[in-house]
Design a protein around this ligand. Sequence first.
Ligand SMILES: CC(C)(COP(=O)(O)OP(=O)(O)OC[C@H]1O[C@@H](n2cnc3c(N)ncnc32)[C@H](O)[C@@H]1OP(=O)(O)O)[C@@H](O)C(=O)NCCC(=O)NCCS
Length: 189
Amino acid sequence: MYYGKLVCLRPLEISDLDEVMRYQNDWNLRRWAGVPLPKSRPSVEQWLEKVVVLDPIRDGTMVLAIIDKKTGVFLGITRFYDLKVPHYRASLGIGIQNPDNRSKGYGTDATLVMLWIAFNVLGLHSVYLDTMEHNKQAIHVAEKSGFKRVGMFRETEFIDGEFKGLVYLDILSREFFEKYPPGIPIGNP
Ligand SMILES: CC(C)(COP(=O)(O)OP(=O)(O)OC[C@H]1O[C@@H](n2cnc3c(N)ncnc32)[C@H](O)[C@@H]1OP(=O)(O)O)[C@@H](O)C(=O)NCCC(=O)NCCS
């Protein structure tokens, strides 16, 4: 279990299915994360059964639940994928499900905890993320957490009837450690 100032990141469990399902078909969340096609409960259940047993090193994916430290409320999911040990890099994804829980600091805190795990536990060298060019909030949160913009794939995402660019940002372990020295946790239980 890993702690930030506001959140706790813990393994995602099969018993989280109801929470994961709650916003699975919510346009406000899904339009920022992948192709927003409807997902049935059995398909989400199947996905959950698969991801809860993945090993980050062997399978290249680690999925964690974001929990409000104070209230225990399930806030969303964050994950590493494309985690490749020979390169010591991974890609970060994050979603705060309920729009009412956004802009309250949870996303930044969870991002910092994920970077802490990447550089203090997994021994990664770099973490990158991609997001659509018009996802200004996600870009702001990434930059605020120390990511640097490194480029953009042009017109590569089809959303809202248009092709949008995909912005790439990354952070190296030494850049993170300048602000968050090794071994010092972001937050406490
Ligand atoms: C992106 C996301 C994870 C951020 O988490 P969050 O908890 O809402 O973000 P925080 O509260 O930590 O930070 C919000 C910051 O964004 C800023 N912000 C809000 N709307 C913004 C906008 N339209 N443009 C730029 N910045 C914006 C806020 O002012 C705040 O910045 P500050 O702390 O410097 O004042 C969350 O909004 C989310 O899940 N969005 C939908 C899914 C998604 O886009 N995922 C990311 C794909 S990579």
